[in-house]
Write a new protein. Structure first.
Lengths: 105, 362
């Protein structure tokens, strides 16, 4: 999934390797890269399920505009994972509907 | 309240070019951008620009970006990143969300260079994970260094569709096809030829009619369309894939201009509703300027020139340069625009821009 040797860009500058947890599974990514990128490089495609129809959603715009990729990050729901930097030890969960402890109306 | 002479909302090619030009002439400039890095889309553009040397021909987008950032810094331009403009009010006052804190800022002149957002077309299955904007594919591959998928279909043959399809090939993805509902390729021949050399098939007069899959996209069906752009039954082709990129045009991000009640003009060839503006890039609201895609969808090279003109006009209106110096410099910029707004693709944009300038005059 990661591009090792790009014909124009060569190698990509990344932060140090850090571990994080996605839905109880231990994963590795690079510090500072968007959470969505770290997840994608670990093969994760589904970020959340919609509130009414329970439909899967993933990355769509990748620039923090559409909010399709929101997830629960360290307990906070609705975090735009395509622009949220990955931190060491982050706990990331698939968001179901409005997420935990949020009024559903 | 923080005060300064000029604010640019947006640190893309238009905003940075304006900031540089204004600062060079003595204006104190503050640039806000909601992203955590400056340069707008320039850092995602890994292809070489064309045109002449003054348009950065043969330079790749990201190198142009680095040059701008260096120049802006040298001139003392302050670039505030992760800073989202939330609102703009009377007397050129703005609320800006800077890393979780709201700050009020006021400027003598404000340039709105917020760029554009992508158009989308809905079709059955379009919300499945794996169906993404072409801009997302470009960001994921060229900035973050991962493949958006292994095998993709590009919907749209404009320059974005062509360029991003080629970039996906460079990233090591397979491109099943490029399709477009129009009968002809929308973008430049140079870009189309690069993809065609890789053997990517083009299906013109075709649209995507369905995407299917369990929890992410696994296949896409395309159909030929008739003269009324309606799918023709029996012409379906199905591709097995894991990614569909949508590149069906851009529209100007004009929310801040709408808040101010700027005069807007519907111009389809520039991407939709665009703000009326004069030859100095000033809108119907005095002191509010526009440049780049916000003032009508064009290209990075035209955005840079519009930005420079806006920067010069602001320097003049603040008294840093006199009228004759402004006119001489502006006309030099307009002259360099001629080549960019000509030919099969540029002519329509030139006419549209002249129309917008005429609307401004009333």
């Amino acid at each position: 999934m990661r591009i090792d040797d790009h014909p124009i860009l060569g190698t990509f500058e990344k932060g140090r390797k850090v571990s994080f947890v996605f839905d109880d599974e231990a994963m590795e990514g690079f510090e500072g890269e968007p959470i969505a990128v770290a997840l994608r490089s670990n093969g994760v495609k589904i970020h959340r399920y919609t509130k009414r129809r329970n439909e899967p959603r993933g990355i769509f715009c990748a620039i923090g505009r559409c909010t399709d990729c929101i997830m629960v990050v360290d307990g906070t729901p609705n975090v735009r994972t395509c622009v949220e930097p990955l931190k060491e030890g982050s706990v990331i969960q698939t968001q179901v509907g409005a997420g935990p402890d949020v009024a559903r109306n | 309240m923080r005060r300064c002479e000029m604010i640019s909302v947006g640190a893309g090619p238009a905003g940075l070019a304006a900031a540089i030009e204004a600062a060079r002439n003595g204006v104190e400039v503050l640039v806000f951008d909601e992203n955590d890095r400056a340069g707008g889309q320039l850092f995602k553009q890994i292809h070489k620009f064309f045109g002449s040397e003054e348009h950065h021909a043969k330079e790749r987008g990201f190198n142009i970006g680095y040059g701008f950032l260096e120049e802006a810094e040298k001139l003392g331009v302050v670039v505030s990143l992760s800073s989202a403009a939330m609102g703009i009010y009377e007397n050129r006052t703005m609320n800006v969300l800077i890393r979780g804190r709201i700050e009020q800022v006021r400027a003598e002149k404000i340039l709105i260079a917020t760029g554009a957002s992508e158009n989308m077309i809905p079709f059955p299955g379009w919300t499945l994970p794996g169906i993404i904007g072409a801009g997302a594919a470009q960001t994921i591959a060229n900035i973050h260094g991962i493949k958006p998928g292994e095998n993709l279909l590009m919907v749209g043959s404009g320059n974005v569709g062509l360029v991003v399809a080629y970039q996906m090939l460079q990233a090591g993805c397979q491109v099943s096809a490029i399709i477009d509902a129009a009968p002809r390729i929308g973008g430049y021949e140079v870009h189309a030829a690069k993809v065609a050399r890789y053997g990517v098939p083009f299906f013109m007069s075709h649209t995507i009619t369905e995407a299917a899959g369990g929890k992410w996209v696994e296949s896409a069906t395309i159909s030929q369309v008739d003269k009324e752009w309606k799918p023709i039954p029996g012409t379906e082709k199905k591709f097995e894939l894991d990614t569909v990129c949508i590149a069906v045009g851009l529209n100007p991000m004009t929310q801040l201009l709408d808040m101010l009640g700027c005069k807007m003009v519907p111009v389809p060839s520039l991407g939709g509703r665009v703000p009326a503006h004069d030859l100095g890039q000033e809108t119907s609201i005095p002191g509010i300027y526009v440049a780049g895609d916000t003032s009508g969808i064009e290209e990075a090279s035209t955005a840079i020139i519009e930005g420079r003109i806006a920067g010069l006009a602001i320097a003049r209106s603040l008294g840093y340069i006199d009228d004759s110096s402004f006119l001489e410099q502006r006309d030099r910029q307009l002259k360099s625009m001629v080549g960019l707004r000509s030919g099969s693709h540029g002519e329509a944009r030139k006419i549209a821009k002249e129309y917008i300038n005429a609307v401004m005059k009333g």
